[in-house]
Design a protein around this ligand. Structure first.
Ligand code: FES
Length: 152
Protein backbone atom coordinates (compact mmCIF):
# COMPACT_ATOMS: atom_id res chain seq x y z
CA UNK A 1 0.00 0.00 0.00
CA UNK A 2 1.18 3.50 -0.87
CA UNK A 3 1.24 4.91 2.66
CA UNK A 4 3.10 1.87 4.01
CA UNK A 5 5.72 2.24 1.30
CA UNK A 6 6.22 5.92 2.10
CA UNK A 7 6.30 5.42 5.87
CA UNK A 8 8.96 2.75 5.50
CA UNK A 9 11.24 5.26 3.80
CA UNK A 10 11.36 7.53 6.85
CA UNK A 11 12.60 7.06 10.38
CA UNK A 12 9.77 6.67 12.87
CA UNK A 13 10.30 10.04 14.51
CA UNK A 14 8.27 13.24 14.67
CA UNK A 15 10.79 15.13 12.53
CA UNK A 16 9.68 13.05 9.54
CA UNK A 17 6.06 14.18 9.75
CA UNK A 18 6.02 17.03 7.23
CA UNK A 19 8.06 15.13 4.65
CA UNK A 20 5.78 12.11 4.98
CA UNK A 21 2.66 14.23 4.61
CA UNK A 22 4.07 16.05 1.58
CA UNK A 23 5.21 12.92 -0.21
CA UNK A 24 2.03 11.00 0.56
CA UNK A 25 -0.38 13.74 -0.46
CA UNK A 26 1.55 14.29 -3.67
CA UNK A 27 1.70 10.59 -4.53
CA UNK A 28 -1.92 9.77 -3.69
CA UNK A 29 -4.10 10.17 -6.76
CA UNK A 30 -6.88 11.97 -4.88
CA UNK A 31 -4.33 14.29 -3.15
CA UNK A 32 -5.82 14.39 0.33
CA UNK A 33 -5.07 12.83 3.70
CA UNK A 34 -7.96 10.92 5.25
CA UNK A 35 -8.71 10.32 8.94
CA UNK A 36 -7.58 6.72 8.64
CA UNK A 37 -4.29 7.85 7.13
CA UNK A 38 -3.80 10.42 9.90
CA UNK A 39 -4.21 7.56 12.39
CA UNK A 40 -1.72 5.38 10.56
CA UNK A 41 0.87 8.16 10.33
CA UNK A 42 0.43 9.04 14.01
CA UNK A 43 0.79 5.42 14.99
CA UNK A 44 3.94 4.97 12.90
CA UNK A 45 5.57 8.10 14.32
CA UNK A 46 4.25 7.36 17.82
CA UNK A 47 2.72 10.80 18.16
CA UNK A 48 -0.87 11.84 18.77
CA UNK A 49 -3.39 12.17 15.96
CA UNK A 50 -4.00 15.70 17.25
CA UNK A 51 -0.36 16.53 16.51
CA UNK A 52 -0.69 15.28 12.92
CA UNK A 53 -3.96 17.19 12.48
CA UNK A 54 -2.44 20.38 13.86
CA UNK A 55 0.38 20.24 11.30
CA UNK A 56 -2.09 19.51 8.48
CA UNK A 57 -4.29 22.42 9.46
CA UNK A 58 -1.37 24.81 9.94
CA UNK A 59 -0.09 24.43 6.38
CA UNK A 60 -2.64 25.44 3.77
CA UNK A 61 -1.20 23.09 1.16
CA UNK A 62 -2.30 19.99 3.06
CA UNK A 63 -5.80 18.74 2.32
CA UNK A 64 -8.18 16.58 4.29
CA UNK A 65 -10.99 16.45 1.76
CA UNK A 66 -11.03 14.92 -1.63
CA UNK A 67 -10.32 17.52 -4.28
CA UNK A 68 -10.70 17.34 -8.01
CA UNK A 69 -8.35 15.47 -10.28
CA UNK A 70 -7.07 18.89 -11.38
CA UNK A 71 -6.52 21.80 -9.00
CA UNK A 72 -6.98 25.17 -10.67
CA UNK A 73 -5.35 27.99 -8.74
CA UNK A 74 -5.99 31.56 -9.81
CA UNK A 75 -3.42 34.10 -8.70
CA UNK A 76 -4.88 36.85 -6.59
CA UNK A 77 -1.68 38.84 -6.18
CA UNK A 78 -1.98 42.55 -6.80
CA UNK A 79 -0.15 42.63 -10.18
CA UNK A 80 -2.43 39.91 -11.55
CA UNK A 81 -5.46 41.65 -10.14
CA UNK A 82 -4.70 45.06 -11.61
CA UNK A 83 -3.43 43.74 -14.96
CA UNK A 84 -6.44 41.60 -15.70
CA UNK A 85 -9.15 43.43 -17.60
CA UNK A 86 -11.28 40.32 -17.22
CA UNK A 87 -12.41 38.48 -14.10
CA UNK A 88 -10.51 35.20 -14.37
CA UNK A 89 -12.31 33.56 -11.48
CA UNK A 90 -15.78 34.49 -12.76
CA UNK A 91 -14.98 33.01 -16.17
CA UNK A 92 -13.79 29.73 -14.65
CA UNK A 93 -16.69 29.61 -12.21
CA UNK A 94 -19.11 30.03 -15.08
CA UNK A 95 -17.34 27.45 -17.24
CA UNK A 96 -17.24 24.82 -14.50
CA UNK A 97 -20.44 25.67 -12.62
CA UNK A 98 -18.67 25.92 -9.26
CA UNK A 99 -17.42 28.66 -6.93
CA UNK A 100 -13.94 29.14 -5.48
CA UNK A 101 -13.05 26.35 -3.01
CA UNK A 102 -15.53 24.00 -4.63
CA UNK A 103 -15.05 20.83 -6.67
CA UNK A 104 -17.05 19.85 -9.71
CA UNK A 105 -19.50 16.98 -9.18
CA UNK A 106 -17.47 14.70 -11.42
CA UNK A 107 -14.39 15.41 -9.24
CA UNK A 108 -12.49 16.62 -12.26
CA UNK A 109 -11.69 20.19 -11.11
CA UNK A 110 -11.25 22.11 -7.87
CA UNK A 111 -11.01 25.89 -8.04
CA UNK A 112 -8.88 27.83 -5.56
CA UNK A 113 -7.08 31.12 -5.14
CA UNK A 114 -3.32 31.25 -4.71
CA UNK A 115 -0.85 33.94 -3.81
CA UNK A 116 1.71 35.29 -6.31
CA UNK A 117 3.12 32.63 -8.61
CA UNK A 118 6.21 34.68 -9.41
CA UNK A 119 5.29 35.55 -12.98
CA UNK A 120 3.79 38.98 -12.40
CA UNK A 121 5.24 40.30 -15.67
CA UNK A 122 3.04 37.77 -17.48
CA UNK A 123 -0.14 38.48 -15.54
CA UNK A 124 -2.84 37.39 -15.27
CA UNK A 125 -1.68 33.95 -14.24
CA UNK A 126 -3.21 30.67 -13.10
CA UNK A 127 -1.83 27.22 -12.34
CA UNK A 128 -3.46 23.88 -13.09
CA UNK A 129 -1.67 21.18 -11.12
CA UNK A 130 2.01 21.81 -11.89
CA UNK A 131 1.53 23.77 -15.08
CA UNK A 132 1.38 27.57 -15.14
CA UNK A 133 -0.65 29.53 -17.68
CA UNK A 134 0.15 33.19 -18.31
CA UNK A 135 -1.25 36.21 -20.16
CA UNK A 136 -4.73 34.82 -19.73
CA UNK A 137 -7.64 35.96 -21.82
CA UNK A 138 -11.21 34.71 -21.77
CA UNK A 139 -10.67 32.68 -24.94
CA UNK A 140 -7.41 31.24 -23.66
CA UNK A 141 -9.04 30.13 -20.41
CA UNK A 142 -11.91 28.45 -22.26
CA UNK A 143 -9.49 26.66 -24.61
CA UNK A 144 -7.34 25.45 -21.68
CA UNK A 145 -10.35 24.10 -19.80
CA UNK A 146 -11.70 22.44 -22.94
CA UNK A 147 -8.38 20.68 -23.41
CA UNK A 148 -8.42 19.38 -19.84
CA UNK A 149 -11.99 18.19 -20.22
CA UNK A 150 -11.09 16.15 -23.30
CA UNK A 151 -7.51 14.98 -22.78
CA UNK A 152 -6.82 14.92 -19.06
S1 FES B 1 0.74 38.54 -8.72
FE1 FES B 1 0.13 36.93 -10.03
S2 FES B 1 2.01 36.04 -10.60
FE2 FES B 1 2.59 37.59 -9.24
Amino acid sequence: MLLDMILNKYPAQEDSLIEILLEFQDAKSSHFISEAEVKQIASYLQISEAKVCSVISFYTFFRTEQKGQHIIQVCRGVPCHVTADINIVKIIEKELGIKVDETTENKKFTLEYTSCLGLCDKAPVMRIDDKIYTNLTENKIKAILAEYRVYN
